[in-house]
Design a protein around this ligand. Structure first.
Ligand code: A3P
Length: 331
C-alpha cells in the first residue's frame, strides 16, 4: 500500500488523542477470556493477544501512513508509556510548552495522548476514521513485530513515516510483564508461569529476540527510518536520548530552546516520579484497571529479585545465542 500523495497538512499535531476523539485509546495487555486466561495466539510467526488479531489484520490491510507520521514500536513492558510521553512532549512542544502548568500530560495518561494501533483498528472503521482525523504529524504506537508491520510503514524508501523503537533487557522486561499480568489475571501467580514459556519463545509479542532483532536489523539497514532506543540508555542518559529523538523526528532543539531549558523541562515532565505521582496516574480502587499499573518501579535489575542465578543464566544464554552475529547484546 502506498503513502498518500497528498501534501502533508500544516503541522498542528500531535494533539492528545483523547481530547480530539473523546475515547480512551487504551494500551491493554490485560484482555481476558471467559475463563480468565491471557489468550496468546500465533499470528504470522509472532505471539499476540487473540483480541488484537482483528486490529493487526486491519492495520495490515488498510493503514495508510501520512507524511510526518511517527510510529512508536516496542514489546510490552519495555518503556512504551515513557516513550509515548517523551515523544508526545517533544513533538508537540510548540503548542504545549513542557513547563506549562496545563500541559496535557499533567491531566492525561500518556496512553490517552498516543493511540495504540492494534486496539484502535480492532474496533472497526468508526475509530479508524478518528486516526484519519488526527492532524499531522501523527503519533501512534504498536507492539507488532517489525516482520508483520505493513510494507507501507517499513519500506526503506518511505521516510515520510518514521519508527522509534524501544526495547529493554529481557529479564527485566519479563519481570515487569509478570507484575502487570498478575494484577489482571488471578491465575497468573508464579513468575514461572511467564518465565518458562518465554524461554521457549512464547511470550506476549514474542519471541522476545525476534521482536528486538527485527527492529535492530531495520535500524542498521536504514538509520534514517528506524531509531533504536534502549530503556537502560534512556534511564542513564535521558537528556542525550531525548536530544537524539528530537533530531530523528526532524525537530531538533534550537540553541535558544536548549538555553531556555526546554529539553530539561521535557525530561522532568516525563520522569518516572513526576508521572507516577500525578493524580491521573494514581490507583483507582473502584476500578479493576487503573493508570498506576503503568508505573511500578522504573528501575534496572529488578530481575534479581525474582530469578535465581540459574534462571538468569539460562535466559541470557538463549537470548545471546539468538542475537549472535547481529551486533546486539544485552550482556
Ligand atoms: P517496571 O515494571 O520494571 O517498573 P510499558 O510502558 O511498556 O508498559 O513499560 C512499563 C515499565 O516502564 C514499568 O517497569 C514502568 O515502571 C516503567 N516506566 C513507566 N514510566 C516510566 C518513566 N517515566 N520512566 C521510567 N520508567 C517508566
Amino acid at each position: 500500500m502506498a503513502t498518500t500523495n497528498a501534501p502533508a497538512p500544516a503541522a498542528l499535531g500531535p494533539v492528545p488523542f483523547r481530547d480530539l476523539c473523546g475515547v480512551r485509546p487504551v494500551s491493554d495487555v490485560t484482555t481476558r477470556s471467559a475463563d480468565n486466561k491471557l489468550w496468546l495466539q500465533r499470528y504470522q510467526g509472532t505471539w499476540v493477544l487473540e483480541s488484537w488479531v482483528p486490529g493487526i489484520m486491519a492495520i495490515q490491510r488498510s493503514f495508510v501512513p501520512r507524511r510526518g507520521d511517527v510510529v512508536l514500536g516496542s514489546p510490552p513492558k519495555c518503556g512504551t508509556t515513557w516513550l509515548k510521553a517523551l515523544a508526545f512532549a517533544n513533538m508537540s512542544r510548540a503548542a504545549y510548552p513542557p513547563a506549562h502548568p496545563e500541559h496535557p500530560l499533567l491531566r492525561l495518561n500518556p496512553h490517552d495522548c498516543v493511540p495504540f494501533m492494534e486496539l484502535l483498528f480492532a474496533t472497526g472503521t468508526r475509530k479508524e476514521s478518528k486516526m484519519n482525523a488526527l492532524p499531522s504529524p501523527r503519533l501512534m504506537n504498536t507492539h507488532m513485530q517489525h516482520s508483520i508491520l505493513p510494507a507501507s510503514v517499513t519500506t526503506d524508501q518511505n521516510l515520510d513515516c518514521k519508527i522509534v523503537y524501544i526495547c529493554r533487557e529481557p529479564k527485566d522486561m519479563l519481570v515487569s510483564l509478570w507484575h502487570y499480568t498478575r494484577r489482571a489475571l488471578p491465575d497468573v501467580s508464579s513468575f514461572l508461569d511467564v518465565f518458562e514459556p518465554a524461554c521457549e519463545g512464547k511470550c506476549l509479542c514474542g519471541p522476545i529476540w525476534d521482536h528486538v532483532l527485527g527492529y535492530w536489523n531495520a535500524s542498521k539497514a536504514s538509520p534514517e527510518k528506524v531509531l533504536f532506543l534502549r530503556y537502560e540508555d534512556l534511564l542513564s542518559d535521558p537528556v542525550e536520548n531525548v536530544r537524539k529523538l528530537a533530531r530523528f523526528v526532524g525537530q531538533p532543539f534550537s540553541v535558544s530552546e536548549e538555553e531556555a531549558g526546554v529539553l530539561m523541562d521535557i525530561v522532568r515532565l516525563c520522569s518516572f516520579d513526576k508521572l507516577k505521582n500525578l493524580e491521573v496516574n494514581s490507583a483507582d480502587p473502584s476500578s479493576d484497571f487503573a493508570n498506576d499499573w503503568y508505573f511500578r518501579k522504573g528501575e534496572v535489575g529488578d530481575w534479581a529479585n525474582h530469578m535465581t542465578p540459574d534462571m538468569a543464566r539460562r535466559l541470557d544464554a538463549i537470548v545471546e545465542e539468538k542475537l549472535s552475529g547481529s551486533g546486539l547484546s544485552f550482556l
